[in-house]
Design a protein around this ligand. Structure first.
Ligand code: FHN
Length: 845
């Protein structure tokens, strides 16, 4: 935008304070100057978010009670009337507040900008608002203008300063959105609220506090176009002001926001930022002791920056104006790390590769060539890391912190860095590679395998693959065990070693296996008189209405699985025959599965058929080859077309169900591409069932706000996917820092009756929005915890206290009459309880 236009818009913005008639300004109109405006923000990478308000007086407690959600939601969650909430202001006297100290601390941590909550949803203004007497200067004994003090301190210390404003929600003003509980409010329209309060406050903030670099809108809501246009136009009151994307859907802003969660597939070609509280709550909450570790915070920063985003880390001053020591310590620890490594953060660009299991990369393009920063979270056992498909010559390689040299060389598959015997920094060690010329990563590799045989030798048995991705391809690296890509059989859900182990436990009448075995054996599904009820055309409508053969399909799948287990654990061939009979009955009859829930049905129940088929095929020689072929044909021709594209916008248990079946089918059919499709979607899929979309870092799941039954289903299916992958040498369990475990811990904890934090959750493409955690089906534990406890605790030695409690409850429930999930509980205990760590070895690295 040219200068003249800026002046025009400034004038427009000023007028907008009186009229709500300002014209909308599309983002495209300001594009020419946008690059210059964004450049400091892009290079800054790290900022401090500060949530602070009068709720800090009680630390988010109301009448001595801890309320759900973050503390700044106290007024809403406690349904506190305005007149009562107002009285808190009289107690707000944070004499320990020292803007200079806080800004210095942010600077010490390596943060380059600050965003402060000038006005949050409660309607209290943390500055001397002329439009709202409910403000820190007029309504509190403290009487100091926080915005002014922070703005001044930022200027002194050279940090950029930004302001947060809740433009739509205001629980104090009678025209603000959100206060549904205080009947004494004499309602006025939203436009009146914008005219009387929102707009004048934003105008004041942007004109009376010196340079403001960011305006951080929050919680867009339905408002008139005039109101939104007027609010939007205020951006021209400050030259170079950057705004986020939360004013409204027609106002995309300068950068996209992600909350709490680091995206696995960050948006391409747009600027973005992840905001995240340092503990659970945004505002200071007495009961919140869940501080993220400094290691985690440093790795979060690296992860985000490696994907091209910024990290806005939130801190929460207490009622006395200071930060808790836990927060201060963490900020200092980050600062210490930044001292030696900040060059690998500031001014860098996204990595050309997808995340590696061992760490991340960032990059700089300079006049002298290209710099790649290799951020190591862990040292692979063979002491090497490969930067796949990298073609540049390495001029120099050294530790970024100490400058010590490191060895790096070109190999056929890319550039290989040989690591020191011990990484000097156990959190993140950074190696700087100076490369000749501009970056050359040969993405033409597409989905091709890079000389796997040679690479296998070089990597001591591990096969590395490079896969192209999307329009501007990134690549990821997986390691497979040194078996030249062959699958382990039987290798869906269980292995031969597991069968041998369980057989021994049963023979010795050891618990809990012995009881579980007896429950399984005496179940109706284990009866040799079970008669399959196949149909040519199955229909499953929404929520199983209509149910034309769908329940029979499900019941027969479970029966096939039970018979396969009975055979392999007892050696009684009649069970193998029965399993094969059920599989064949369906394979020779089924022609179609249709209606709304068709793919969900294949996802949920197809899995059991495939586990049964895998066991029968690889442990019994009586299943006729022709029948096996027919079964395989059913999988490929009828099931696979239904599930191959998943259902990204549905609740995540749909995708998850299809993942478990698809990965199982890949193994059974020896179809590497099918198997990989599931692995890829689990890690990087766009929909709700991909690991990072289904489970947030806090452990909250996409369906936690829906009900506990579906949440557990989704988790169960993801666990089944991980187990088959593990058997085949790929560790999906550890994806995103053991994200699956976090989901299990969170869900077990809530279902066992404990409180958990919850953030409103919008699903992929916004189809579902769950505002609070749902207690529907709370406490009804699904038999799914043994397998996950076995993996994380028995194999990996990690703590999983809530998962363990769930395991104990489910063991205690084994065989209870009237328990609809008696058989699946028995299978879970029998096949996954207390296994020795090495029983199913998993990936070789
Ligand atoms: O409701 C708010 C919440 O209190 C907090 O301010 C976060 C920060 O991004 N934004 C809203 C939820 O999206």
């Amino acid at each position: 935008m040219r200068r003249l236009d800026v002046r025009k818009m400034t004038c427009l913005a000023l007028c907008a304070g009186l009229l709500l008639g300002a014209t909308a300004v599309g983002a495209s109109e300001i594009l020419p100057e946008r690059e210059a405006t964004m450049s400091w923000w892009r290079s800054a990478k790290f900022g401090m978010f500060i949530h602070w308000g009068i709720y800090a007086v009680t630390g988010g407690e109301y009448k001595g009670q801890t309320l759900p959600n973050s503390a700044e939601w106290m007024m809403n969650r406690g349904k506190i009337p305005v007149a009562e909430y107002e009285r808190l202001a009289a107690q707000f006297n944070p004499v320990g507040f020292d803007a200079d100290a806080l800004v210095s601390l942010a600077k010490e941590a390596g943060m380059r900008y600050i965003v402060f909550t000038a006005k949050h949803h409660d309607g209290f203004s943390m500055f001397a608002s002329r439009a709202n007497r409910f403000n820190v200067v007029e309504a509190t004994p403290f009487k100091r203008d926080m915005v002014r003090e922070l703005a001044e301190a930022c200027r002194q210390h050279g940090l950029r300063f930004g302001l947060y404003d809740s433009q739509a929600q205001d629980w104090y003003h009678p025209g603000g959105i959100g206060n549904t509980w205080d009947r004494t409010l004499k309602r006025v329209s939203r436009d009146v609220y914008v005219r009387e309060k929102a707009l004048p406050e934003v105008r004041q903030l942007l004109t009376e506090y010196g340079p403001i670099s960011i305006l951080w809108w929050d919680t867009p809501r339905q408002m008139s176009k005039e109101a939104l246009d007027a609010l939007y136009a205020t951006r021209f009151l400050q030259p170079g002001l950057i705004i986020n994307d939360r004013l409204g859907k027609d106002y995309p802003g300068d950068f996209q926001t992600f909350e709490r969660k680091i995206p696995d597939n960050p948006p391409e070609g747009v600027d973005w930022e992840v905001c995240m509280p340092i503990s659970d709550s945004w505002g200071y909450k007495k009961s919140d002791t869940h501080f993220k570790s400094s290691d985690q915070l440093i790795r979060n920063l690296v992860d985000i920056v490696s994907k091209g985003g910024n990290y806005l880390l939130n801190v929460s001053p207490t009622g006395d104006g200071t930060l808790l020591p836990q927060a201060v310590d963490r900020l200092r620890a980050i600062g210490n790390w930044m001292k030696g490594n900040s060059e690998a953060i500031y001014g860098t660009k996204a990595s050309p590769w997808r995340p590696f299991p061992w760490g991340r990369c960032t990059r700089k393009d300079t006049a002298q060539g290209t710099i790649i920063y290799v951020h190591l979270f862990e040292r692979p056992d063979d002491g090497r890391v490969l930067l796949p498909a990298l073609k540049n010559t390495v001029r120099e390689a050294r530790l970024s912190d100490t400058g010590e040299s490191v060895s790096a060389r070109r190999v056929a598959a890319g550039v290989e860095v040989l690591l020191p015997a011990q990484l000097p920094d156990t959190v993140v060690t950074v190696i700087r590679l100076d490369l000749e010329g501009s970056l050359q990563v040969n993405m033409d590799a597409g989905s091709s395998v890079i000389d796997t045989k040679r690479r296998t030798e070089e990597a001591g048995g591990n096969v590395f693959r490079v896969v192209g991705q999307g329009r501007s391809p990134a690549i990821y690296l997986t390691s497979l065990p040194g078996n030249s890509g062959k699958f382990v059989h039987p290798g869906v859900a269980h292995t031969a070693a597991t069968f041998a182990f369980v057989r021994e436990r049963i023979a010795a009448h050891d618990q809990p296996w012995w009881d579980a075995w007896n429950v399984l054996r005496s179940s109706p599904e284990a009866s040799l008189s079970w008669e399959p009820r196949p149909r040519a055309h199955v229909e499953r409508g929404p929520s199983n209405h209509p149910d034309i053969g769908s329940s029979e399909f499900t019941a027969d799948g479970l029966a096939a699985y039970v018979h396969a287990l009975c055979w392999v654990l007892s050696g009684e061939e009649a069970h193998a025959r029965k399993a094969a009979e059920i599989l064949h009955a369906w394979a020779s009859t089924l022609e179609s599965i249709s209606n709304h829930d068709a793919r969900l049905l294949v996802g949920m129940s197809g899995y059991q058929y495939v586990v049964a088929a895998e066991i029968v095929k690889h442990t019994w020689n009586g299943w006729p080859a022709e029948q096996q072929k027919e079964f395989a044909r059913m999988l490929r021709e009828i099931w696979y077309p239904l599930i191959k594209d998943f259902y990204p916008t549905a609740n995540g248990n749909w995708d998850a169900s299809m993942l478990q079946t698809m990965i199982a089918m890949g193994v059974f059919l020896d179809d590497r591409a099918m198997f990989e499709r599931a692995v890829e979607y689990f890690l990087h899929g766009e929909g709700n069932g991909a690991i990072g979309n289904y489970i947030w870092p806090s452990g909250q799941a996409q369906e936690s706000g829906r009900d506990q039954a579906h949440t557990q289903m989704g988790l169960d299916f993801l666990a089944a996917t991980c187990e088959t992958a593990w058997i085949q040498g790929i560790d999906l369990y550890k994806a995103l820092d053991n994200r699956l475990l976090k989901g299990f811990e969170y869900t077990a904890r809530y279902n066992l009756g404990y409180d958990v934090p919850y953030e409103p959750f919008r699903s992929y493409r916004g189809r579902y929005y769950y505002q609070s955690i749902s207690s529907i089906a709370r406490g009804r534990l699904r038999p799914m915890y043994e397998r996950v406890y076995n993996h994380y605790h028995n194999r990996r030695g990690l703590e999983a206290p809530y998962t363990w409690m769930a395991v104990q409850q489910l063991r205690a429930r084994l065989g209870h009459r009237g328990d609809r999930s008696a058989v699946t509980n028995a299978i879970e205990i029998l096949m996954y309880a207390d296994q020795p760590a090495e029983l199913v070895p998993g990936p070789t690295r």
